[in-house]
Design a protein around this ligand. Structure first.
Ligand code: FAD
Ligand code: NAP
Length: 313
């Protein structure tokens, strides 16, 4: 039986593994369905992770050294998707689809996934002009005009990134004020390649078999609708938490969640189920920052260790 199963290998999962193994747990496996690193590897520029600061540092570069360090003390990584976590007696079952692994403790660090905005044509042109990753797809639009939807940190930071590649970036936002941090808003406002289209929503994306050709924009301040002809649209309208592994066969949840589906934890990352922890973007009131996800992971890793020692498991 594993001492600890970690689900997800982003900043929270990796750090949970580092602290659990360095603290003394022997059998700790981190299940990550892709490469370790998490969603930050999609970011084009990080400037708020303490101690690591240089112009143009990408998320991929930030995360590149983490797995080796986190595995140095014995954390094992398996590239597998966890389907479900169950509690059976005083331990857990981690369902991997074709096998089930038993664990004394589980730390769920499955993070979040970009949300779809819900306009007509969004799904039809997804991957054919509509994207949620500027680092991945921005280069396809080198020298061309693109649009960004959203007014949060991700939208404005990625608009700034796209402005380095594209001839023009239209930022479409449904209000005239922003969730993004004020310095980021200021930088975007000053960028000559960025044009804001405010109090505006996308009604429809249109195109043909070759892909997206543009979007129809409607305004909430009485202006006439307009068409914007762009081959690329980047949608950054927030994220949904990846809580599916906690869903049980009868439709209930393994532990308590809030209305947004985030795991309710205390300051020690304890969920409502003893031995089950949640860390990073998945938990309630997560600041959704790499440094905070790593901190959560560290706390959860230490708590799993205490739990096993205290219960003499
Ligand atoms: P994630 O990073 O989401 O990692 C979760 C991992 O779990 C993923 O690798 C996923 O593949 C895996 N997983 C999910 N379900 C399963 C399953 N069932 N089985 C196995 N594996 C699974 N934060 C900052 O501090 N600074 C920034 O500048 C910044 N910029 C950002 C830019 C972008 C474009 C984005 C999208 C986010 C940005 N963030 C930034 C936020 C930051 O990336 C997140 O807060 C952080 O990555 C959360 O870490 P996490 O470990 O909780 O989850
Ligand atoms: P977010 O902060 O939730 O912002 C989402 C944006 O999309 C908001 O402007 C929202 O508008 C808009 N929106 C939501 N649904 C929409 C819809 N259906 N149609 C049109 N617009 C819609 O999401 P985020 O920018 O991805 O950031 C997520 C978290 O990660 C945040 O906590 C953020 O601070 C963090 N993050 C931090 C950094 C950094 O520290 N540098 C970088 C990236 C992300 P309203 O404002 O009107 O609601």
């Amino acid at each position: 039986m594993l001492d600890c199963a970690i689900v997800g290998g982003g900043p929270a999962g990796l750090t949970a593994g580092l602290y659990a193994t360095r603290g003394g747990l022997k059998e700790v496996v981190m299940y990550e369905k892709g490469m370790p690193g998490g969603q930050i590897t999609q970011s084009s520029e990080i400037e708020n992770y303490p101690g690591v600061f240089r112009e143009g540092l990408t998320g991929m570069e930030l995360m590149e050294p983490w797995p080796a360090q986190c595995m140095h003390f014995g954390l094992k990584h398996e590239m597998k998707e966890v389907k479900q976590v169950r509690k059976v007696g005083d331990h857990f079952e981690v369902d991997l689809g074709n096998e089930t692994v038993e664990a004394k403790t589980v730390i769920v660090c499955t993070g979040s996934t970009p949300r779809r905005a819900g306009f007509k044509g969004e799904d039809e042109y997804f991957g054919k002009g509509v994207s949620t990753c500027a680092t991945c797809d921005g280069f396809f639009y080198k020298g061309k005009e693109v649009a960004v939807l959203g007014g949060g940190d991700t939208a404005l930071e990625e608009a700034l990134y796209l402005a380095n590649i594209c001839s023009k970036v239209y930022v479409i936002h449904r209000r005239d004020s922003f969730r993004a941090a004020p310095p980021t808003v200021e930088r975007a406002m000053k960028n000559e390649k960025i044009e804001f289209i405010l109090n505006a929503s996308i009604e429809e994306a249109f195109g043909d078999a070759m892909g997206l050709q543009g979007v129809k924009i409607v305004f909430n301040d009485g202006r006439e609708p307009m068409e914007l002809h762009v081959p690329g649209l980047f949608v950054f309208v927030g994220n949904d938490v990846n809580n599916q592994v906690l869903r049980q066969d009868d439709g209930s949840w393994l532990c308590d969640l809030n209305e947004q589906g985030e795991v309710i934890v205390d300051l020690n990352m304890h969920s409502s189920v003893p031995g089950l922890y949640a860390a990073g973007d998945l938990r309630i009131q997560a600041p959704k920052q790499v440094v905070c996800a790593a901190s959560d992971g560290a706390i959860a890793g230490m708590q799993a260790l205490h739990y096993i020692q205290e219960h003499e498991l």
